[in-house]
Design a binder for this molecule. Structure first.
Ligand code: SF4
Length: 368
């Protein structure tokens, strides 16, 4: 698995705490640096076969055809891209012109993740997104016309002043677009964001937990009725269109992340590149953390319980030992008794009606 971080945006969404820059003067140099890092770090993964490639950001759809060509040449010089590889580009709807989509087709992308968030124009303006509802619909339709058949859209609920009706309308519009995958996140107030400052100054207030739960329930019910499988807390897919790349993270697969602020994992350690474009370009500096047995246990529990497949108890015993297995089951007892957790086929799973409190359940099963 290869992740490529593209830390450039045209404007700043008010809720965003991701690492990205509004200055684009470094873009060409940054692409050169990505290519060099790909060559330098090719030995990080146990083999050179790539099953998934994911361009995330920032806004990867700000890269040009020439940028992509250079990056893919570097990838192909250092790795083998499997014929069946899933190759995803995260896009902003207003970048998806017909010209740009034909470039994406030419450059091997076979999966597109579109950051739509809402089909309500005043909500989009509040979030400081660049597009409106009409642009978002047109972007998806243009992708479909061009032959893309693996499209994901991102949605966001729990916005201040958002009504259940407006959220229902957003979910309905997403279903109507006939996409294969939907990710939906509850708005969170991250430190240092404009959104958090607005809350602190009292200009906005969070919606109630009760309303947020209603929105989540509505989402899950509507999507399940429309044929989507709820395969991870925030992710829904049709048939077998789950994100193979993100599923790899939840299954603790090895991955190499290149670019400023990108993370990598190889089963033994995690490392993360410096979150500064100039520093990144000057020496690819990174920090590294060796995972302790406790870290590995916590990650296994936290990542697998997020998914519909749940936690493989045999795997837990083999990887973390009998003591950790017993610890996990004793912490799970009260949730098993209240049917918030259940065990089937030796897998521990969160019940659909308890997904809303999954953070609490998972943290109760972790070692401090
Ligand atoms: S486009 Fe994405 S990365 Fe850029 S500011 Fe908005 S949310 Fe953040």
């Amino acid at each position: 698995m290869l992740y490529i971080h593209v830390p450039f945006c045209k404007s700043r969404c008010i809720y965003c705490s991701f690492f990205s820059s509004l200055k684009h003067d470094f873009k060409e140099k940054y692409v050169d640096c990505l290519c060099k890092e790909i060559a330098e770090r090719k030995g990080y993964l146990p083999n050179n076969q790539l099953d998934t490639i994911y361009f995330g950001g920032g806004t990867p759809s700000l890269l040009s055809e020439n940028n992509f060509e250079r990056i893919f040449n570097a990838i192909k010089e250092n790795f083998v891209i499997k014929n069946s590889a899933e190759i995803t580009l995260e896009c902003n709807p207003d970048d998806l012109t017909q010209n740009y989509i034909s470039v994406m087709k030419k450059i091997f992308f076979n999966r597109v993740s579109v950051g739509i968030q809402s089909f309500n124009d005043s909500e989009l303006r509040f979030l400081n997104r660049r597009h409106n509802a009409q642009t978002a619909k047109k972007a998806v339709q243009n992708l479909q016309r061009a032959g893309f058949s693996n499209i994901s859209v991102d949605l966001m609920f729990g916005l201040p002043k958002q009504t259940l009706q407006s959220w229902e309308n957003t979910v309905n519009e997403a279903i109507k677009l006939d996409v294969q995958h939907i990710s939906a996140y509850s708005l969170s107030y991250e430190k240092g964001t404009k959104l958090e400052n607005l809350r602190k100054s009292g200009e906005i207030s969070e919606i109630s937990e009760e309303n947020s739960e209603k929105m989540f329930d509505l989402l899950t019910q509507k999507l399940q009725n429309a044929g989507f499988e709820h395969y991870e807390i925030s992710n829904y897919c049709k048939h077998s269109f789950h994100s193979r790349h993100n599923s790899g993270y939840w299954q603790m697969a090895d991955y190499l992340g290149v670019g400023a602020a990108a993370h990598s994992f190889n089963g033994v350690s995690r490392r993360w590149n410096v979150a500064d474009i100039e520093k990144y370009c000057s020496n690819f500096s990174y920090e590294k953390e060796i995972l302790t047995p406790k870290d590995k246990y916590n990650e296994l529990v936290f990542l697998s319980l997020r998914t519909k497949n749940g936690l493989d108890l045999q795997q837990l015993k083999e990887k973390s030992g009998v003591e950790s297995y017993d610890f996990c089951l004793s912490c799970a007892e009260k949730y098993l008794a209240s049917k918030k957790l259940f065990i089937t086929d030796n897998h521990l799973k969160i019940n659909e009606n308890a997904v809303i409190i999954s953070d609490l359940i998972m943290s109760d099963l972790m070692k401090i």
